[in-house]
Design a protein around this ligand. Structure first.
Ligand code: FES
Length: 185
């Protein structure tokens, strides 16, 4: 598979309601062929209307280092991929039996492989895109994401830990094609 890297830039965010994403997308053979794209971008707190709907995307995980987070777009929504470190995995597992979980789910039900978390990056409250994908973003105390719209906090398994979000971040359908390639959708 050939891989094409592109770098593009946008104006810096004008407020805290805009932020950087590191964005990696690889296209499906059926829809956009074999090209893959890597670019940093600025996005609003909600998915932009011009995000194309893509039924299935293949993501090459090769360049995602432990601790790194990337965002891919799938069916018009951002999908967060986290290469979890041992510390993040341990943090998630340690809270499996926490009685205060708003939407209880063991970490093992949230991931197919412990080192890779794949979740839809849309807050389950009103649909904002939580912060946490970029270095320096606020992530809250649980190693996950912080939604600045109304203050919801998610942990390193994408579980909601502080509302008003009622549910964990959605886990999209995906399958590992091999150790370092995942197909979402
Ligand atoms: S949309 Fe995320 S907390 Fe309201």
């Amino acid at each position: 598979m050939s891989i094409e890297a592109k770098i593009s830039s946008s104006d810096p965010p004008a407020s805290t309601n805009r932020r950087d994403f590191l964005h990696i997308t690889t296209g499906t053979a059926a829809i956009v062929g074999t090209a893959a794209t890597l670019w940093p971008f600025i996005d609003s707190m909600r998915p932009s209307a011009d995000i194309s709907a893509v039924a299935t995307i293949d993501v090459d995980l090769t360049s995602i280092e432990p601790g790194q987070r990337v965002t891919v777009k799938w069916r018009g929504r951002p999908v967060f991929i986290v290469h979890r470190t041992e510390a993040l995995i341990a943090q998630a597992r340690a809270d499996d039996a926490n009685p205060n979980l708003i939407d209880p789910a063991p970490d093992s039900t949230r991931v197919q492989r412990p080192e890779w978390l794949v979740v839809v990056g849309v807050c389950t409250h009103l649909g904002c895109i939580p912060l946490g994908q970029s270095d320096g973003d606020p992530r809250g105390p649980f190693g996950g994401w912080f939604c600045p719209c109304h203050g919801s906090i998610y942990d390193s398994a994408g579980r909601v830990r502080k509302g008003p979000a009622p549910r964990n971040l959605e886990v999209p359908p995906y399958v590992f094609q091999d150790d370092l390639r995942v197909r979402i959708g």
